[in-house]
Design a protein around this ligand. Structure first.
Ligand code: COA
Length: 156
């Protein structure tokens, strides 16, 4: 069954950033605040209820990075994350860029599956990124999250 279509809108007022949702994807409020200064935050609504968020930021010529992507737990696994990825691709192209990048942890099995199914390919591994940049240890799926896996998709 096709999921309902999300309505996605840019947030311009920092007071309205959905921090609880942003923290589902990134436990560091410090990092979130940093990239929200330069990035653009979009929320995804289903019948006026915010159920998702995505933050996009230019990181290099012609390149946009998805700094944060999250769907409220009750609405996960229903295809909405994929809709947000498609939205990111559309915006990236509309703004004249050709490459979309996303980073995730070595322990984020479902996310690695989702991004690769959506056409992203592993481009780099930043060894020990999470050990060096996060104060608290992160463990997912019984795996210590140490390394940042950078995936990229070239849009044409
Ligand atoms: N192995 C293989 N595929 C898996 C999987 C696994 N262990 N776990 C999930 N998937 C696949 C699903 O099968 C589905 O693909 P399919 O439709 O081709 O079958 C896909 O991943 C999930 O798609 P979707 O339903 O669109 O994702 P979602 O709405 O749950 O959103 C996240 C994905 C990651 C945004 C969401 O789960 C979330 O907010 N997680 C918490 C925050 C987070 O981790 N953010 C990303 C940080 S890098």
């Amino acid at each position: 069954m096709q999921p309902d279509l999300l309505s996605i809108e840019e947030l311009s007022d920092p007071q309205s950033y959905p921090y609880a949702l942003l923290q589902l994807a990134d436990p560091s409020l410090e990092m979130i605040r940093q990239y929200l200064q330069e990035g653009t935050c979009y929320v995804a609504k289903l019948q006026e209820e915010i159920i998702g968020v995505i933050v996009l930021m230019p990181i290099a010529p012609s390149t946009i990075e998805i700094k944060n992507i999250a769907i409220t737990e009750a609405f996960q696994q229903k295809g909405f994350g994929k809709q947000l990825l498609h939205f990111a691709e559309r915006i990236t192209k509309q703004l004249g860029n050709e490459k979309l990048v996303i980073g995730t942890g070595n322990s984020s099995i479902a996310q690695l599956a989702l991004y690769q199914k959506a056409g992203f390919e592993i481009e780099a591994i930043k060894k020990n990124f999470f050990l060096e940049n996060y104060h608290e240890p992160i463990i997912e799926n019984g795996i210590v999250c140490k390394h940042l896996i950078v995936l990229a998709k070239y849009l044409n």
